[in-house]
Write a protein that binds this ligand. Structure first.
Ligand SMILES: NC(=O)c1ccc[n+]([C@@H]2O[C@H](COP(=O)([O-])OP(=O)(O)OC[C@H]3O[C@@H](n4cnc5c(N)ncnc54)[C@H](OP(=O)(O)O)[C@@H]3O)[C@@H](O)[C@H]2O)c1
Length: 241
């Protein structure tokens, strides 16, 4: 049966790879983002199974309208939209700017996932799954961005308990360094990239397909007892016991 998949932030990078993986499995995928151009380009590349919707995930009104515009149940929701908004902003000078920079990061990475999950809550199908894209930054620490991703993992524990009785799982996939995305803008120096790669036991950068494979597994029949967890996909850069 064709499933319906929603991938926020699906026009580029990791979200686009996730959309491609589900589309290749025969699912129907809706990708969202704020910019129409990357969404159109992704849809043209990935084919008819992928449709697009412009939606700023931090705007409750836009998220509500997006949810109303969808037809039928949603089998898989992937909250992938986000990124470290500090890359796009001037360093905070004064408390007001500091507060604003933190709010933007929390809204981009945490509030956006909370809003979309709430908006689609009554549409989530039994047997389905919700996956949030977290980050290794939640464990290593990275200012507001790391705190926002850590918040995702904490909130997800409650979400999994709420959705479990309805036959729905909820997890976080936490990537390490993933190349071939717009994440770092133009701020990643060669030295920093080399050090991130050297820190991985695999000795390579992650790629968007590494994350897409983990998300696809969480949405598969073999993962029905796997919920309320953070799945690290970081090449061993940040080990767990
Ligand atoms: N790349 C890495 O090394 C890495 C590591 C750990 C975690 N992550 C996480 O992985 C996720 C995907 O990032 P990426 O690496 O694939 O970078 P990316 O290419 O910059 O993708 C981020 C996507 O999110 C969308 N987005 C951002 N803010 C949004 C908003 N308010 N509403 C709707 N869409 C929004 C962007 O599209 P628009 O700009 O058009 O809205 C973009 O398509 C993010 O949550 C990021 O924090 C990435």
């Amino acid at each position: 049966m064709t499933r319906t998949i929603v991938v926020t932030g699906g026009g580029t990078g990791i979200g686009k790879a996730i959309a491609a993986t589900f589309a290749a499995q025969g699912d129907s995928v809706v990708i969202t983002g704020r910019r129409i151009e990357p969404l159109k380009e992704a849809s043209a590349e990935l084919g008819d199974r992928v449709s697009v919707a412009v939606c700023d995930g931090t705007d409750p009104h836009q998220v509500g309208e997006f949810a109303q515009g969808l037809t039928g149940p949603v089998d898989v929701l992937v909250n992938c939209a986000g990124g470290n908004t500090d890359f796009d902003r001037d360093p905070a000078d004064g408390l007001a700017a500091l507060a604003e920079n933190w709010r933007v990061n929390l809204e981009s990475n945490l509030i956006s996932a909370v809003l979309m999950t709430a908006a689609l809550d009554d549409r989530l199908a039994s047997g389905g799954t919700v996956v949030h894209i977290g980050s290794i930054a939640a464990d290593k620490g990275a200012g507001a961005y790391g705190a926002a991703k850590a918040g995702l993992a904490s909130w997800n524990i409650q979400l999994a308990a709420q959705l479990g009785p309805r036959g729905i799982t909820a997890n976080v996939v936490a990537p390490g360094y993933i190349a071939d995305t717009e994440f770092f803008r133009d701020k990643l120096t060669d030295e920093r990239r080399d050090s991130l790669i050297a820190a991985a036991a695999t000795g390579r950068a992650g790629v968007p397909d590494d994350i897409a494979a983990a998300v696809a597994f969480l949405a598969s029949p073999g993962a029905r007892q796997l919920t309320a967890q953070v799945i690290a996909v970081n090449g061993g850069e940040w080990p767990t016991r």
